[in-house]
Design a protein around this ligand. Structure first.
Ligand SMILES: [Zn+2]
Length: 144
C-alpha cells in the first residue's frame, strides 16, 4: 500500500520537474545555476558587460525580448546594467530576502528564469538599475 502511494508521488514529482531536467541537460552548468537556481555570475566576467552594439537582449532560456541596448549604461557595478526593461511586463519582480538583504529579483515574465536584481540607484532617466547576469541574456544585433 505504502509503496504504491510512493510510486504515485514520485510519478507526479517527475512530471513537474521534467522541464527542469531538460534544462539541466541543455544548459551549461553556469547558465543553469544562474537562470534556474538564482545564481549570480562573478562581477566583471560576463560577456555582455562592455558590449555597446545596438540590438536586443533576449532571455537566454526562452528568447523573449527583455532589454534594449538603448537602455544599457555603464554602472560600474561589474554586471550589464539597464535603466529600464524593453517594455512594461517583459520582466517580473519578486522580493528576495536571501543573503540577509531585501532586494528585488528580476525574472523573465515569459519563463520565470532568474535575470538579476533591480536597485533604486540608477541614472536620472528612471532612477532604476537593472543589474542583469550576462548568462541570462542572449544578444541579438540589429540588422540594418
Ligand atoms: Zn525567458
Amino acid at each position: 500500500m505504502n509503496i504504491e502511494t510512493e510510486e504515485n508521488n514520485s510519478k507526479s514529482n517527475r512530471k513537474t520537474t521534467r522541464n527542469d531536467s531538460d534544462l539541466r541537460e541543455d544548459l551549461d552548468s553556469e547558465t543553469y545555476r544562474i537562470t534556474q537556481l538564482r545564481g549570480t555570475e562573478a562581477a566583471f566576467t560576463g560577456e555582455y558587460l562592455d558590449l555597446k552594439e545596438e540590438g536586443t537582449y533576449r532571455c537566454s532560456i526562452c528568447g523573449a525580448a527583455l532589454f534594449s541596448s538603448d537602455n544599457k549604461y555603464d554602472s560600474g557595478s561589474g554586471w550589464p546594467s539597464f535603466y529600464a526593461p524593453l517594455g512594461e511586463g517583459n520582466v517580473g519582480e519578486n522580493v528576495d530576502h536571501s543573503l540577509g538583504m531585501v532586494r528585488t529579483e528580476v525574472v523573465c515574465s515569459a519563463c520565470d528564469s532568474h535575470l538579476g536584481h533591480v536597485f533604486p540607484d540608477g541614472p536620472p532617466e528612471t532612477g532604476l538599475r537593472y543589474c542583469i547576469n550576462s548568462a541570462s541574456l542572449k544578444f541579438e544585433k540589429v540588422d540594418d
